[in-house]
Design a protein around this ligand. Structure first.
Ligand code: TIU
Length: 236
């Protein structure tokens, strides 16, 4: 459904999401080989990385729909400088992973910028000119220029996708919400190594009247973006 101003109501929970034309960006969080493929950071932590593959196909469709109507696509990558000077000891030494950040793996040093494993999976490769935010933390705002990038582009809303739902997607959504951004998390375009965390992670976003934001399916977001295109191409 469209309204006379520049808003489109996207079916979502807990209420329809008022997508504002020209003020929305699609953020694709950490769809890196290090999280999705064997031999990377995600697997070193003991996770079954195959669980994240289900995100790739719907997310590729959503990215294509955004590009088709000129909605900016912003990619993020979690990782560290080769000398690990931006990796807090608390992160480096935590737990008992099979490999630590910076250790050599089959796709290069684990979670280190510039390594093959640190980059985004082939299916979701950024286009030239799309913003790629390299971040040392779980949230995409911490120690990055994301807020300035969004302000410069007049963006006030984020369509949030990527991995993992309860870690970097949640942290970024919470950071964005505190900064005043309206966040629409796309349920089938975010993924977790833990099915229970996936379910509860989405519940937490939309509970209490949408305490951090809204949740919608990619089908509904793609349809909304397509109707944006129809309006743009239909003479008044
Ligand atoms: N371990 C885990 O679930 N996630 C991360 O470490 N980073 C992101 O979520 N990107």
């Amino acid at each position: 459904m469209t309204s006379p101003d520049s808003r489109i109501e996207v079916p979502a929970e807990p209420t329809a999401f008022p997508l504002v034309e020209g003020a929305t960006a699609l953020i694709v969080i950490d769809m890196q080989r290090d999280f999705l493929l064997p031999g990377g950071f995600g697997e070193s932590l003991g996770n079954d990385v195959s669980l994240l593959q289900r995100v790739v196909e719907p997310l590729a469709g959503l990215i294509a729909a955004a590009r088709a109507v000129g909605v900016p696509v912003i990619h993020t990558r979690e990782g560290h400088l080769p000398d690990l000077s931006d990796c807090p000891p608390a992160k480096l030494h935590r737990g008992a992973p099979s490999k630590r950040i910076g250790d050599p793996g089959p796709s290069g040093r684990i979670l280190v910028r510039g390594e093959y494993g640190h980059d985004i999976v082939d299916e979701l490769r950024p286009l030239p000119g799309e913003v790629v935010i390299d971040k040392p933390g779980k949230g995409a705002f911490y120690a990055t220029d994301l807020q300035q990038v969004l302000a410069d582009a007049g963006i006030t809303q984020l369509i949030v996708t990527g991995v993992t739902t309860e870690v970097c997607v949640h942290t970024t959504t919470r950071e964005a919400n505190d900064r005043g951004y309206e966040c629409l998390v796309v349920s089938d375009c975010v993924g977790s190594y833990f099915p229970e965390f996936q379910r509860v992670g989405l519940e937490m976003v939309k509970a209490q009247g949408g305490i951090f934001g809204w949740v919608a399916s990619s089908d509904d977001v793609v349809a909304a973006l397509a109707s944006l295109s129809a309006r743009t191409t239909t003479p008044a």
